[in-house]
Design a protein around this ligand. Structure first.
Ligand SMILES: Cc1cc2nc3c(=O)[nH]c(=O)nc-3n(C[C@H](O)[C@H](O)[C@H](O)COP(=O)(O)OP(=O)(O)OC[C@H]3O[C@@H](n4cnc5c(N)ncnc54)[C@H](O)[C@@H]3O)c2cc1C
Length: 294
């Protein structure tokens, strides 16, 4: 289908969602690419979903019935200029960075400027808005370590909040689903490019054993056993002898049991078959880490 322009100028087209996910799976939807607040508010006039970097999603082969919103234009712009009123010698508050900005590129820019606080999120293939919504992170740091102010848009309009106004916790911002994080001002620590790089490399080492194929990251959360002990979901999947098992073109990664990878041409049905197999064979209840659409 050729792209149409909406009343306010948003680009509207039917597209396969597979191309917007790290797994490379997902059928079609009506995709609204929005550049500014007027276009975003128009897109939100009917049932919608907001798509970030697609790095935590398994989207059904038949796609989704709702509009899928993608942030572009002013929501994908980066202004790292320090705010002279809020910045001090040990704290830099930046201008607005769009929710649609890819996190890896943002971290590279911050590293070159010698600005720390977000380096613990290295290796997460999210957009800034998706990383904020999930409070994505690693044991070296999380997204909320580097935020000053957020802009959140709902069908009622835009509002600004500070992190301490949100009930954020481990891997959650507390922001309700479909409240869209359009942009954020970052709260950063002045350092040197070398120090930030060292910290990024330390955080990145933990990823050495992860598979290189297309994947939506870890499949299951690490469960807590009855005795209160946390155990690695990957280890449980490995112990159940499931590494390397394949359904269609999806495979449980031989390198790490908690990753399902797309060998090329996998479908959501293939991925669901492996998730089901894992749940049947692992003797501990497992909670899904990624999100299923619909
Ligand atoms: C190789 C790999 C490694 C990973 N490693 C980690 C890790 O170390 N730590 C970690 O926490 N996660 C990790 N992940 C998972 C994933 O990157 C995170 O969950 C990330 O926060 C998802 O962001 P996204 O922009 O890709 O969102 P998407 O996958 O596009 O969407 C996920 C959810 O966020 C919502 N969302 C997206 N954008 C916005 C927005 N602007 N406003 C409001 N809601 C929004 C979506 O509607 C959806 O509900 C990894 C994934 C992969 C593929």
């Amino acid at each position: 289908m050729t792209a149409l322009l909406s009343r306010t100028g948003a680009r509207v087209e039917r597209l396969p969602l597979a191309r917007y996910t790290t797994l490379g799976v997902g059928g079609e939807a009506e995709v609204w690419t929005v550049q500014d607040h007027a276009q975003l508010l128009e897109a939100m006039e009917a049932p919608y979903r907001i798509l970030g970097g697609g790095s935590n999603l398994v989207i059904a082969d038949q796609g989704v019935p709702e509009r899928v919103i993608r942030l572009a234009g002013q929501f994908a712009a980066t202004d790292l200029t320090p705010d002279p009123h809020l910045s001090t010698s040990d704290q830099i508050v930046t201008g607005w960075v769009g929710g649609g900005v890819p996190l890896p590129g943002l971290l590279r820019k911050l590293q070159r400027l010698g600005l720390g606080n977000l380096e613990g999120t290295v290796g997460i293939p999210a957009q800034l808005g998706g990383a904020i919504w999930m409070n994505a992170g690693t044991r070296y740091g999380e997204t909320f370590d580097g935020l000053h102010t957020l802009e959140i848009v709902t069908p009622e309009g835009a509002r600004q909040v500070t992190p301490d106004e949100l009930p954020w916790t481990y891997r959650s911002s507390g922001i309700p689903r479909n409240h869209i994080v359009t942009r954020a001002r970052l709260n950063l620590r002045p350092s040197t490019p070398e120090t930030v790089l060292d910290r990024m490399q330390a955080a990145d080492v933990a990823r050495k054993g992860q598979p290189k194929n297309r994947t939506p990251g870890c499949a299951f959360k690490n469960p807590t056993l009855e005795d209160g002990q946390k155990v690695s979901a990957g280890l449980l999947i490995d112990r159940a002898g499931l590494k390397g098992m394949q359904a269609g073109q999806a495979r449980i990664a031989p390198e790490h049991g908690n990753f399902i990878v797309n060998l090329g041409g996998a479908t959501a049905t293939d991925v669901h078959a492996l998730l089901q197999l894992i749940r049947e064979r692992v003797p501990v209840p497992l909670e899904l880490e990624y999100e299923l659409w619909p």
